[in-house]
Design a protein. Structure first.
Length: 363
């Protein structure tokens, strides 16, 4: 009897040792290095292999040369209202033009999720607005503001500013995904021009809360987003033309912060997300990976988080919600993660944390 107890105990400890060693050996496969200190950075975009442009929420635009570590500060003309979660937010460099999202100062304490574009001349960018979310709202919450460009279309997430059911009001922008051309004009095949006459012409999908991640997959050319739930109910899903993710009719599995129920996780008639998180991980920027450094991750979603301070990999293609594979790549290593970018050519990953830029590569 004692022999059996000893044998079982030995097996138990052997399993623990094996699992521990596996965890340690996995952790040694990647190397994280802080490149530069920053002040509340929000968005980033590679200009080329060695230059990356970065926004700081306070209104700064910086171009960092990764070879020399030299930083160039870029001046601009944006009228930003830095309030709560608002400020200078996402940025994309595309065909010699910089696109930014920001909380525009609309006076008397009101602001909107706005998008502007401009070209760099010397160390100055003269921005022109190409979109303003209407109406302006007196709130420092839920701007959304992640941008994505596919061909000559610009997609943007517009948060519902903490107004809940405004996300179901198709005559207002907050709580929607918008699609415009990169020059600000409106595609004539947006839902408004087809079968959604009561939708504002820029709106592509409704019913989102605060989507702070967006990625266009180079494998299927689909647009994917991540969205903050309330107390639980974060999700990762696909943008679908003319559809409705259901906020605040649906609660996506979460509750109000007071603990009261919002609504069902999902029901027919609404877009179903690919992956939900309950409790919340405060899901942030995402990318559908394609690159050399982590070739085995091609066509997997990389999902960052703020509260959970983690990088997660999702094997999601052609899988039902319960079959989506999820792996935590790292956690509690660099703090809250705001953005993720893939370096051109190399496939190495760059992250914005609350106070800096980090690089991840294989050891």
């Amino acid at each position: 009897m004692n022999y059996k107890i000893y044998l079982n105990s030995f097996k138990f400890f052997l399993i623990i040792i094996i699992l521990f060693c596996f965890k340690v050996s996995y952790a040694t496969e990647i190397n994280l290095k802080k490149i530069i200190e920053l002040d509340s950075p929000w968005g980033s975009s590679f200009i080329n292999l060695n230059e990356i442009v970065i926004t700081e929420k306070s209104g700064n635009i910086k171009i960092l040369n990764l070879k020399s570590n030299k930083v160039e500060n870029i001046n601009h003309n944006l009228d930003i209202l830095v309030d709560g979660q608002g400020g200078l937010l996402d940025i994309i460099y595309h065909k010699d033009i910089f696109y930014v999202s920001y909380s525009e100062n609309r006076k008397q304490g009101k602001s909107s999720t706005s998008i502007a574009r401009g070209q760099l001349k010397g160390n100055y960018i003269e921005f022109d607005n190409i979109f303003r979310a209407e109406p302006p709202i007196n709130s420092g919450y839920h701007f959304g503001s992640r941008l994505g460009i596919y061909e000559n279309y610009l997609f943007a997430s517009v948060g519902e500013r903490g107004e809940g059911m405004i996300a179901q009001d198709t005559k207002k922008h907050p709580g929607s995904i918008i699609r415009i051309y990169t020059d600000g004009s409106i595609p004539d095949d947006n839902p408004h021009f087809l079968n959604k006459k009561d939708w504002l012409p820029e709106i592509y999908q409704i019913g989102v809360r605060n989507p702070q991640g967006m990625s266009i997959s180079s494998f299927d050319n689909k647009i994917y987003i991540s969205n903050h739930g309330a107390k639980g109910g974060d999700w990762f899903g696909e943008v679908k033309k003319g559809e409705n993710y259901g906020w605040k009719i649906l609660g996506w599995g979460g509750t109000n912060y007071t603990g009261t129920k919002i609504g069902p996780k999902w029901k027919p008639g609404f877009t179903k997300a690919i992956k939900y998180w309950v409790p919340s991980i405060a899901v942030s920027a995402i990318t559908i990976y394609k690159g050399k450094e982590f070739k085995e991750w091609d066509n997997h979603a990389l999902v960052t988080s703020l509260k959970d301070m983690s990088l997660r990999k999702l094997d999601f293609k052609d899988k039902s919600e319960k079959d989506v594979g999820e792996e935590v790549i790292f956690k509690n290593k660099i703090g809250r993660i705001r953005d993720i970018q893939i370096q051109p050519d190399t496939g190495k990953l760059f992250f914005l944390s609350s106070n800096g830029l980090w690089k991840m590569e294989k050891k």
